[in-house]
Design a protein around this ligand. Structure first.
Ligand code: 5RP
Length: 261
Protein backbone atom coordinates (compact mmCIF):
# COMPACT_ATOMS: atom_id res chain seq x y z
CA UNK A 1 0.00 0.00 0.00
CA UNK A 2 1.20 3.57 -0.68
CA UNK A 3 2.31 5.83 2.13
CA UNK A 4 -0.82 7.89 1.59
CA UNK A 5 -3.15 4.91 1.81
CA UNK A 6 -1.47 3.71 4.97
CA UNK A 7 -1.57 7.18 6.48
CA UNK A 8 -5.22 7.73 5.64
CA UNK A 9 -6.19 4.37 7.11
CA UNK A 10 -4.07 4.93 10.23
CA UNK A 11 -5.74 8.30 10.84
CA UNK A 12 -9.14 6.61 10.97
CA UNK A 13 -8.18 4.70 14.11
CA UNK A 14 -7.50 5.65 17.72
CA UNK A 15 -3.73 5.03 18.13
CA UNK A 16 -4.12 3.67 21.68
CA UNK A 17 -7.00 1.25 21.15
CA UNK A 18 -6.54 0.51 17.45
CA UNK A 19 -10.30 0.78 17.15
CA UNK A 20 -12.58 3.39 15.62
CA UNK A 21 -15.87 5.19 15.92
CA UNK A 22 -17.18 6.62 12.65
CA UNK A 23 -20.01 9.02 13.50
CA UNK A 24 -22.42 8.53 10.61
CA UNK A 25 -24.62 11.44 9.55
CA UNK A 26 -24.79 10.65 5.82
CA UNK A 27 -28.44 9.58 5.98
CA UNK A 28 -29.75 12.73 4.34
CA UNK A 29 -28.81 11.61 0.82
CA UNK A 30 -31.76 9.21 0.87
CA UNK A 31 -33.71 10.09 4.03
CA UNK A 32 -33.71 13.90 3.85
CA UNK A 33 -33.92 15.75 7.19
CA UNK A 34 -34.44 12.56 9.22
CA UNK A 35 -35.10 12.83 12.96
CA UNK A 36 -32.09 14.24 14.71
CA UNK A 37 -30.31 15.47 11.60
CA UNK A 38 -32.29 18.62 10.81
CA UNK A 39 -29.63 21.03 12.08
CA UNK A 40 -26.55 18.98 11.31
CA UNK A 41 -24.01 21.50 12.60
CA UNK A 42 -25.65 21.48 16.02
CA UNK A 43 -25.49 17.65 16.00
CA UNK A 44 -21.87 17.30 14.87
CA UNK A 45 -20.01 20.02 16.77
CA UNK A 46 -20.48 18.78 20.38
CA UNK A 47 -19.52 15.25 19.31
CA UNK A 48 -16.33 16.08 17.42
CA UNK A 49 -14.03 15.45 20.41
CA UNK A 50 -15.26 11.86 20.78
CA UNK A 51 -15.35 10.47 17.23
CA UNK A 52 -12.48 9.06 15.21
CA UNK A 53 -14.03 9.88 11.83
CA UNK A 54 -17.07 11.69 10.49
CA UNK A 55 -19.12 9.99 7.78
CA UNK A 56 -21.27 12.36 5.75
CA UNK A 57 -22.16 13.59 2.29
CA UNK A 58 -20.51 16.24 0.12
CA UNK A 59 -23.27 18.73 0.70
CA UNK A 60 -23.38 18.22 4.45
CA UNK A 61 -19.59 18.65 4.66
CA UNK A 62 -19.64 21.89 2.70
CA UNK A 63 -22.67 23.39 4.42
CA UNK A 64 -22.35 22.26 8.04
CA UNK A 65 -18.72 21.56 8.90
CA UNK A 66 -16.09 24.25 9.59
CA UNK A 67 -12.96 23.98 7.43
CA UNK A 68 -10.68 23.94 10.48
CA UNK A 69 -12.27 20.70 11.66
CA UNK A 70 -9.57 18.07 12.29
CA UNK A 71 -11.53 14.80 12.31
CA UNK A 72 -10.95 12.59 9.23
CA UNK A 73 -13.80 12.56 6.72
CA UNK A 74 -15.38 9.38 5.34
CA UNK A 75 -17.21 10.76 2.33
CA UNK A 76 -20.39 9.15 1.04
CA UNK A 77 -19.94 8.82 -2.74
CA UNK A 78 -22.89 6.61 -3.67
CA UNK A 79 -26.57 7.38 -3.92
CA UNK A 80 -29.36 7.80 -6.45
CA UNK A 81 -32.49 6.60 -4.64
CA UNK A 82 -34.64 7.91 -1.78
CA UNK A 83 -36.81 6.31 0.85
CA UNK A 84 -39.75 6.94 -1.54
CA UNK A 85 -38.26 4.50 -4.06
CA UNK A 86 -39.11 0.83 -3.84
CA UNK A 87 -35.61 0.10 -5.11
CA UNK A 88 -33.92 1.88 -2.23
CA UNK A 89 -30.13 1.41 -2.30
CA UNK A 90 -30.00 0.85 -6.07
CA UNK A 91 -27.08 3.21 -5.89
CA UNK A 92 -24.52 4.58 -8.31
CA UNK A 93 -21.60 7.00 -8.13
CA UNK A 94 -22.66 10.47 -6.95
CA UNK A 95 -19.30 12.11 -6.21
CA UNK A 96 -16.22 12.18 -8.47
CA UNK A 97 -12.87 11.12 -7.02
CA UNK A 98 -11.58 14.56 -7.99
CA UNK A 99 -14.17 16.20 -5.76
CA UNK A 100 -13.50 13.70 -2.97
CA UNK A 101 -9.84 14.72 -3.09
CA UNK A 102 -10.84 18.40 -3.21
CA UNK A 103 -12.90 17.80 -0.06
CA UNK A 104 -9.90 16.18 1.60
CA UNK A 105 -11.67 12.87 2.14
CA UNK A 106 -9.68 10.37 4.22
CA UNK A 107 -11.87 7.59 2.80
CA UNK A 108 -14.93 7.22 0.60
CA UNK A 109 -18.02 5.09 1.22
CA UNK A 110 -20.16 3.27 -1.35
CA UNK A 111 -23.21 1.03 -0.73
CA UNK A 112 -23.50 -2.34 -2.43
CA UNK A 113 -26.71 -4.34 -2.32
CA UNK A 114 -25.99 -8.04 -2.57
CA UNK A 115 -29.01 -10.18 -3.38
CA UNK A 116 -31.08 -7.48 -5.02
CA UNK A 117 -31.99 -7.84 -8.70
CA UNK A 118 -29.81 -4.80 -9.40
CA UNK A 119 -26.81 -6.03 -7.39
CA UNK A 120 -24.64 -5.94 -10.52
CA UNK A 121 -25.10 -2.17 -10.89
CA UNK A 122 -24.03 -1.52 -7.32
CA UNK A 123 -21.06 -3.89 -7.51
CA UNK A 124 -19.74 -2.42 -10.77
CA UNK A 125 -20.24 1.12 -9.49
CA UNK A 126 -18.35 0.11 -6.36
CA UNK A 127 -15.43 -1.30 -8.32
CA UNK A 128 -15.24 1.84 -10.46
CA UNK A 129 -14.83 3.87 -7.27
CA UNK A 130 -12.22 1.42 -5.97
CA UNK A 131 -10.26 1.65 -9.23
CA UNK A 132 -10.18 5.45 -9.03
CA UNK A 133 -9.64 5.71 -5.29
CA UNK A 134 -6.70 3.31 -5.35
CA UNK A 135 -4.97 5.57 -7.88
CA UNK A 136 -4.86 8.28 -5.22
CA UNK A 137 -4.28 6.13 -2.14
CA UNK A 138 -7.80 6.66 -0.81
CA UNK A 139 -9.42 3.70 1.02
CA UNK A 140 -12.93 2.68 0.06
CA UNK A 141 -15.40 1.64 2.76
CA UNK A 142 -17.97 -0.78 1.37
CA UNK A 143 -21.35 -0.29 2.98
CA UNK A 144 -23.04 -3.64 2.68
CA UNK A 145 -26.75 -4.11 2.74
CA UNK A 146 -28.61 -7.27 1.86
CA UNK A 147 -31.56 -7.56 -0.47
CA UNK A 148 -35.05 -7.55 1.03
CA UNK A 149 -36.08 -10.90 2.40
CA UNK A 150 -32.54 -12.24 2.48
CA UNK A 151 -32.23 -11.56 6.18
CA UNK A 152 -29.32 -10.04 8.06
CA UNK A 153 -27.73 -13.27 9.25
CA UNK A 154 -24.12 -14.36 9.19
CA UNK A 155 -24.51 -16.32 5.96
CA UNK A 156 -25.63 -13.36 3.90
CA UNK A 157 -23.60 -10.68 5.68
CA UNK A 158 -20.42 -12.74 5.30
CA UNK A 159 -21.28 -13.16 1.61
CA UNK A 160 -21.75 -9.41 1.10
CA UNK A 161 -18.70 -8.48 3.17
CA UNK A 162 -16.43 -10.98 1.44
CA UNK A 163 -17.63 -9.89 -2.00
CA UNK A 164 -16.84 -6.29 -1.08
CA UNK A 165 -13.37 -7.21 0.15
CA UNK A 166 -12.64 -9.37 -2.91
CA UNK A 167 -13.64 -6.44 -5.13
CA UNK A 168 -11.20 -4.14 -3.36
CA UNK A 169 -12.77 -2.60 -0.27
CA UNK A 170 -10.18 -1.52 2.28
CA UNK A 171 -12.83 -1.62 5.04
CA UNK A 172 -16.34 -3.03 5.23
CA UNK A 173 -19.33 -1.78 7.15
CA UNK A 174 -22.06 -4.31 7.78
CA UNK A 175 -24.69 -5.12 10.38
CA UNK A 176 -24.10 -6.99 13.62
CA UNK A 177 -25.69 -10.44 13.72
CA UNK A 178 -25.50 -13.71 15.63
CA UNK A 179 -22.30 -15.62 14.87
CA UNK A 180 -20.67 -12.33 13.88
CA UNK A 181 -17.32 -14.01 14.38
CA UNK A 182 -18.01 -15.84 11.13
CA UNK A 183 -18.57 -12.56 9.29
CA UNK A 184 -15.33 -11.06 10.64
CA UNK A 185 -13.18 -14.18 10.17
CA UNK A 186 -14.30 -14.62 6.55
CA UNK A 187 -13.58 -10.98 5.64
CA UNK A 188 -9.90 -10.17 4.96
CA UNK A 189 -10.27 -6.42 5.66
CA UNK A 190 -11.33 -4.59 8.85
CA UNK A 191 -15.04 -4.65 9.64
CA UNK A 192 -17.09 -1.98 11.41
CA UNK A 193 -20.76 -2.34 12.27
CA UNK A 194 -23.55 0.02 11.38
CA UNK A 195 -25.73 0.89 14.32
CA UNK A 196 -28.97 0.54 12.39
CA UNK A 197 -32.33 1.82 13.53
CA UNK A 198 -32.56 3.46 16.94
CA UNK A 199 -32.83 0.92 19.79
CA UNK A 200 -32.60 1.45 23.57
CA UNK A 201 -29.18 2.70 24.63
CA UNK A 202 -28.48 -0.43 26.67
CA UNK A 203 -29.18 -2.61 23.62
CA UNK A 204 -27.01 -0.45 21.36
CA UNK A 205 -24.14 -0.63 23.84
CA UNK A 206 -24.59 -4.40 24.08
CA UNK A 207 -24.47 -4.68 20.28
CA UNK A 208 -21.31 -2.55 20.10
CA UNK A 209 -19.55 -4.60 22.75
CA UNK A 210 -20.57 -7.92 21.19
CA UNK A 211 -19.30 -6.71 17.82
CA UNK A 212 -15.93 -5.64 19.25
CA UNK A 213 -15.59 -8.92 21.10
CA UNK A 214 -16.37 -10.77 17.87
CA UNK A 215 -13.50 -8.97 16.11
CA UNK A 216 -15.00 -5.81 14.64
CA UNK A 217 -12.53 -2.91 14.63
CA UNK A 218 -15.22 -0.45 15.58
CA UNK A 219 -18.61 1.02 14.82
CA UNK A 220 -20.03 3.32 12.19
CA UNK A 221 -22.93 4.55 14.26
CA UNK A 222 -25.43 7.28 13.55
CA UNK A 223 -29.05 7.00 14.68
CA UNK A 224 -28.22 5.29 17.96
CA UNK A 225 -26.14 8.33 18.83
CA UNK A 226 -27.86 11.35 17.26
CA UNK A 227 -31.35 10.06 18.11
CA UNK A 228 -30.34 9.26 21.69
CA UNK A 229 -31.89 11.37 24.44
CA UNK A 230 -28.34 12.60 25.08
CA UNK A 231 -26.03 12.12 22.09
CA UNK A 232 -22.88 13.36 23.86
CA UNK A 233 -23.46 10.96 26.76
CA UNK A 234 -24.19 8.10 24.36
CA UNK A 235 -21.13 8.82 22.21
CA UNK A 236 -18.92 8.71 25.31
CA UNK A 237 -20.51 5.46 26.44
CA UNK A 238 -19.92 3.93 23.00
CA UNK A 239 -16.32 5.20 23.11
CA UNK A 240 -15.83 3.51 26.49
CA UNK A 241 -16.98 0.21 24.95
CA UNK A 242 -14.97 0.56 21.75
CA UNK A 243 -11.76 2.10 23.08
CA UNK A 244 -11.61 1.06 26.74
CA UNK A 245 -13.26 -2.34 26.51
CA UNK A 246 -15.54 -1.59 29.47
CA UNK A 247 -18.53 -3.82 30.22
CA UNK A 248 -21.97 -2.97 28.95
CA UNK A 249 -23.13 -2.16 32.46
CA UNK A 250 -20.18 0.17 33.06
CA UNK A 251 -20.89 1.92 29.75
CA UNK A 252 -24.61 2.19 30.52
CA UNK A 253 -23.83 3.56 34.00
CA UNK A 254 -21.55 6.12 32.33
CA UNK A 255 -24.33 7.08 29.91
CA UNK A 256 -26.79 7.60 32.78
CA UNK A 257 -24.27 9.54 34.82
CA UNK A 258 -23.35 11.83 31.94
CA UNK A 259 -26.88 12.38 30.68
CA UNK A 260 -27.93 13.61 34.13
CA UNK A 261 -25.22 16.25 34.21
C1 5RP B 1 -26.92 4.97 5.81
C2 5RP B 1 -25.57 4.57 6.24
C3 5RP B 1 -25.14 4.96 7.60
O1 5RP B 1 -23.82 5.49 7.52
C4 5RP B 1 -25.03 3.68 8.42
O2 5RP B 1 -26.23 2.96 8.34
C5 5RP B 1 -24.71 4.01 9.88
O3 5RP B 1 -25.74 4.76 10.39
P1 5RP B 1 -26.75 4.07 11.42
O4 5RP B 1 -25.95 3.73 12.65
O5 5RP B 1 -27.78 5.16 11.69
O6 5RP B 1 -27.31 2.87 10.73
O7 5RP B 1 -24.82 3.90 5.55
O8 5RP B 1 -27.10 4.48 4.51
Amino acid sequence: MSWGMNNRLANLFNPQSGKTIFFAVDHGYFMGPTTGLKQLDKVINPLLPYMDALMLTRGALRQYVPTDMRVPIVLRVSGGTSILNKNLLHEGITVSMEDAIRLNAAAVAFSILVGAEFERDTLLGFTQVVNEAERYGIPVLAVTAVGKGLGKDARYLSLASRIAAELGARMVKTYYCDDFEHVVSSCPVPVVIAGGKKIPELDALTMARNAIQAGAVGVDMGRNIFQSENPVAMMQAVAAVVHKNVSVQEAFDLFNELKNH
